[in-house]
Design a protein. Structure first.
Length: 390
């Protein structure tokens, strides 16, 4: 018997089993992708009417709806509970075509994208002679069989590589594994900006499909070689597409999906987006009553000068960069014996003095269009979100 030590845990492993043991399965954070099991959805579990002009994050954290051109399709995106049986997943991301566009224009395209910070990618050694291969594994399901494309795009050096996978059986969960060769050209910036784009393609016009698929790294981030063979998931309102268990890791073989505790997964997502609301409540005006700055009856927001009512709160996690703050109104009314409420979102504005900080303190003031009394305490019912997305 050979003794191996991993962290502070000693394990006995038979000598002849070393070659077959998946030691990589116990490496923390081997998955470059964040929220690959689609379990965190801070913004809500459903978003409708996604089409032209709706680029952005709508349901599952870190997964961005991306479109190009001026398409006429529309999708509903949901955090779904339809998952592959017996694999340990509880949620997936679903794209459901609700308005069809059977003939995409040349410049039209739709993808589901995750952007990855350069400082999280230095260990893949891109742009060096020791550049690592990357292997992607995931579970996918669609009623529309055929060829689909995954693309990795080097945003720092305008380089790309694409690989295809096939959905063989309609409306059946299938596991796919794809390996991308390492790229010895173009080092990635060591900063908090987006260095790699990871894209699931769902539809593409001829600007992206009329060449030869770029299965090796090449210059130019988007061209005719990008998505050759890609089916058009938007060509019928009968179409849907599900994905979960997305893992991208170094090496030429896939290991088992790295399940993280929900608190750890949430912490990773909070770096990019945080809200005052509970995890299961989507931010909205008039949503479940949240009094921020303190509970009812507490003198937590004070008028320092006329119309400037200020206090501070703390982020749960340091943000990637200085976030954009969005405010939402509540439904409160003034209650006798308590400090006055402000709940009209149209009368609020974030005053960036003191400056909103990246790390633990939100530290903003509220400026109200309603005259406030200096020295008096106020309560605000409503909520906020802080976005530092890539």
């Amino acid at each position: 018997m050979a003794i191996t030590r991993i962290g502070n845990i000693a394990n006995t492993i038979p000598d002849n089993s070393i070659a077959n043991s998946k030691l990589t399965d116990i490496v923390n954070f081997k998955n470059i992708i964040i929220n690959g099991d689609m379990s965190i959805a801070q913004r809500g579990t459903s978003a409708t009417g996604l089409g032209d002009g709706d680029i952005g994050y709508h349901t599952c954290d870190r997964w961005r709806f991306q479109e190009l051109g001026t398409p006429t399709y529309e999708f509903t995106q949901t955090q779904s509970t339809d998952v592959p049986s017996g694999q340990g997943f509880a949620t997936s991301l679903k794209m459901d075509c609700t308005t069809a566009d059977a003939s995409l224009s040349a410049s039209d395209a739709v993808t589901i994208r995750q952007k990855i910070e350069g400082q999280n990618l230095q260990y893949i050694k891109k742009g060096t002679a020791n550049a690592e291969s990357l292997t992607c594994s995931f579970w996918v399901k669609s009623n529309k069989t055929g060829t689909y494309i995954i693309q990795i795009r080097d945003n720092d050096n305008s380089r790309q590589i694409s690989k295809s996978y096939t959905i063989d059986s309609a409306s059946t969960w299938e596991k796919k594994t794809i390996t991308f060769a390492g790229d010895t050209t173009g080092t990635l910036d060591n900063d908090n900006n987006a260095s790699l784009f990871f894209d699931f393609w769902l539809g593409a016009g001829t600007d992206y499909t009329s060449g030869t698929l770029a299965t090796s790294w090449e210059a130019s981030a988007l061209n005719t070689n990008t998505a050759v063979g890609q089916v058009n998931i938007a060509d019928s309102t009968a179409n849907d597409w599900f994905v979960t268990g997305v893992q991208l890791e170094i090496g030429s073989a896939a290991s088992d999906f790295e399940f993280l505790p929900v608190d750890v997964n949430l912490q990773r997502c909070l770096r990019y987006y945080e809200k005052l609301y509970s995890l299961t409540t989507a931010p909205a005006d008039g949503a479940t009553n949240y009094t921020f700055g303190g509970a009812a009856g507490e003198a937590s927001w004070t008028c320092f000068t006329t119309n400037n009512i200020g206090s501070g709160t703390k982020f749960k996690v340091e943000k990637r960069t200085t976030p954009t703050i969005t405010l939402f109104r509540g439904t409160a009314t003034v209650t006798a014996g308590l400090p006055a409420y402000y709940n009209d979102s149209d009368a609020w504005a974030v005053v960036t003095s003191p400056t909103i900080t990246v790390n633990d303190s939100l530290g903003f003031f509220i400026r109200s269009a309603v005259t406030a009394t200096r020295g008096r305490s106020y309560l605000f019912e409503g909520g906020w979100t802080a976005s530092a997305e890539l």
